[in-house]
Design a protein around this ligand. Structure first.
Ligand code: SF4
Length: 327
């Protein structure tokens, strides 16, 4: 086990789905055996865009923790906590905001892209622009060495590195420069073939009961050119084919490929195979989730313990920071 630290967070904006498992949680579960991991539920980050309706944020925090535990995160290995339970993040964010030039924030690609694309919320607020500064505080607070991210998040980590260098150049070497830990993420589209998104309603939530999931899989879009059972299809342009590549074993993937292209199998049969594969991979998560639902006090206790551990580190870091800034 390396003594390097991994930092990662997730915004509690609603139910987690298979995309979160494939895109982040599976990797986090692996990383907790290799590094010292800190995972936080980024409730302040959720406010940067969802500030107008905070009615579900507390509930979402607990549900997220249940999802994480069900997916295999282990409180004996990873420190898991709610961001706002460690107020030192806000103090470091404030200090970092003093030294971060506005231009650095305005040129972050996701800032412009989201302001242009998200039309149902006013993202002209200061908090949304400052999101990457808060993220820098989250990472630097724990002297994080690695941040597991997909390609689209690399500019954020790059910005954290720039802020880190600027801080160290003004006040002395307080923080190590974190690095992006690029994670190859398998392609998993939404059930309808579009980008998977909560707002499109095209994802399978971890709370979905097996019989509901079966129906969801039955309703999935297929290769649109395969209109009749006798038409050959192409699993490379079919969401069901994409899901098989992520959740099925090699033999099954080969059977799907051959059976689809030769019209040897029908789409219903193919979808039932997919349901079987999903049950093998996701069924245990659902069962663990059910058991955790009945132990909400334990879940809250895990979050409290995590916050205590995180605060110990955060207090030590802020001691050094205040000393360095002479404040
Ligand atoms: S057989 Fe499977 S992969 Fe081929 S089009 Fe039908 S659902 Fe898609």
């Amino acid at each position: 086990m390396s003594n390097k630290r991994v930092l990662s967070g997730m915004r509690p904006t609603g139910k987690l789905h298979l995309g979160h498992v494939v895109g982040a949680l599976n990797n986090w579960v692996k990383l907790q055996n290799e590094y010292e991991c800190f995972h936080f539920i980024a409730d302040w980050h959720a406010l940067t865009s969802d500030y107008a309706d905070t009615s579900r944020i507390r509930e979402n925090r607990v549900e997220m923790m249940v999802d994480w535990l069900a997916a295999g995160l282990d409180p004996r290995k990873s420190v898991m906590f709610v961001q706002s339970a460690v107020p030192q993040h806000a103090e470091l964010h404030l200090l970092l905001s003093m030294i971060t030039p506005l231009g650095w924030l305005e040129r972050v690609p996701t800032y412009k892209e989201q302001r242009d694309n998200i039309t149902d919320k006013d993202l002209g607020n200061y908090g949304f622009l400052g999101y990457p500064v808060l993220q820098s505080a989250d990472i630097l607070m724990y002297k994080g060495n690695y941040v597991p991210v997909g390609e689209d998040q690399v500019p954020h980590v790059e910005l954290t590195r720039e802020i880190c260098r600027r801080f160290n150049s003004y006040y002395g070497d307080v923080f190590p420069e974190p690095q992006a830990l690029l994670t190859p993420v398998p392609r998993l589209p939404g059930l309808d073939g579009r980008k998977m998104s909560k707002s499109y309603g095209n994802a399978i939530a971890l709370t979905e009961k097996p019989d509901v999931m079966k129906q969801t899989v039955k309703d999935m879009m297929t290769d649109p050119a395969r209109k009749r059972r006798s038409d050959p299809g192409n699993p490379d342009i079919c969401p069901v084919g994409d899901y098989h590549k992520v959740f099925s074993d090699e033999n099954r993937i080969a059977e799907v490929d051959q059976g689809c292209r030769s019209a040897g199998i029908g789409c219903i049969e193919c979808k039932m195979w997919l349901f079987e594969s999903l049950q093998k991979k996701v069924g245990p998560i659902y069962e663990r989730r059910q058991a955790l639902e009945a132990r909400k006090d334990d879940v809250l206790g895990i979050l409290e313990d995590g916050a205590t551990k995180a605060k110990t580190v955060a207090q030590a870091t802020m001691g050094l920071v205040r000393e360095a800034v002479k404040i």
